[in-house]
Design a protein around this ligand. Structure first.
Ligand code: GAR
Length: 214
């Protein structure tokens, strides 16, 4: 089995990064983490990745003249490491259509809501304010429109009367850590294919319909 050379891009804490790194330690995992890069040199996750012995890169967006220059620098680093797949894991910058075009069907993102509901920020607060009973998280391929793109995996979490944004967010985050490695496994092993806005293939039904108890 050839393991897909995979980069993780982060901006901060990096708990999803940790979950992906842990999964990829299994020798039969179809993706190998070859690089962790951050647009924030002080991202806590970057230091942990370095301590774990992984190649790391800080591409500080603030030192570049604009988005295009930042993205071209990042692209060169990804190419230098012969990266085949990219996982955004709490990466908080939007990419241009040019960069996304370089990575068509090879760029994954995790979002803390059941897309297409709650695109953008503060998803847990907004879900509570709306009184929804089910919330969750989504792994999807990245397209130029923010928080859109073919969905690879989702997990649902019940909203409890006692929930705050913090407690709800913590339960969603636990599910993020479960579905992101699964989604990467499916994509890296070519078990899924993209048709229009749908991801078809060997997605186990339980993964798509999982309702995590509190
Ligand atoms: C995660 O909850 C992720 O879903 C979210 O940021 C958090 C990063 O946490 N991503 C987005 O909101 C992207 N729009 P982590 O750094 O511990 O993985």
């Amino acid at each position: 089995m050839r393991r897909r050379r995979t980069a993780i891009l982060i901006s901060g804490r990096g708990s999803n990064m940790d979950a992906l790194i842990a999964a990829a330690r299994a020798p039969d995992f179809p993706a190998e983490i070859v690089l962790v890069a951050s647009n924030r040199p002080d991202a806590p996750g970057l230091a942990r990745a370095k301590a774990a012995g992984l190649a790391v890169a800080a591409v500080d967006h603030k030192i570049y003249a604009g988005r295009e220059e930042f993205e071209r620098a990042l692209q060169i680093i990804l190419e230098t490491h012969r990266v085949e797949l990219v996982c955004l894991a709490g990466f908080m910058r939007l990419f241009s259509p040019w960069f996304i075009g370089q990575w068509r069907d090879r760029l994954l993102n995790i979002h803390p809501a059941l897309l297409p509901s709650y695109r953008g920020l503060h998803t847990h607060e907004r879900a509570l304010a709306d009184g929804v009973k089910i919330h969750g998280c989504t792994v999807h391929f990245v397209v130029p429109e923010m928080d859109e793109g073919p969905i690879v995996a989702q997990a649902a979490v019940p909203v409890l009367d006692t929930d705050t944004a913090e407690t709800l967010g913590a339960r969603v985050l636990a599910q993020e850590h479960a579905i992101y490695p699964n989604a990467l496994r499916l994509v890296a092993s070519d078990a899924v294919r993209v048709e229009g806005n749908r991801v078809l293939g060997a997605l186990p039904a339980s993964n798509a319909t999982l309702l995590a108890p509190p």
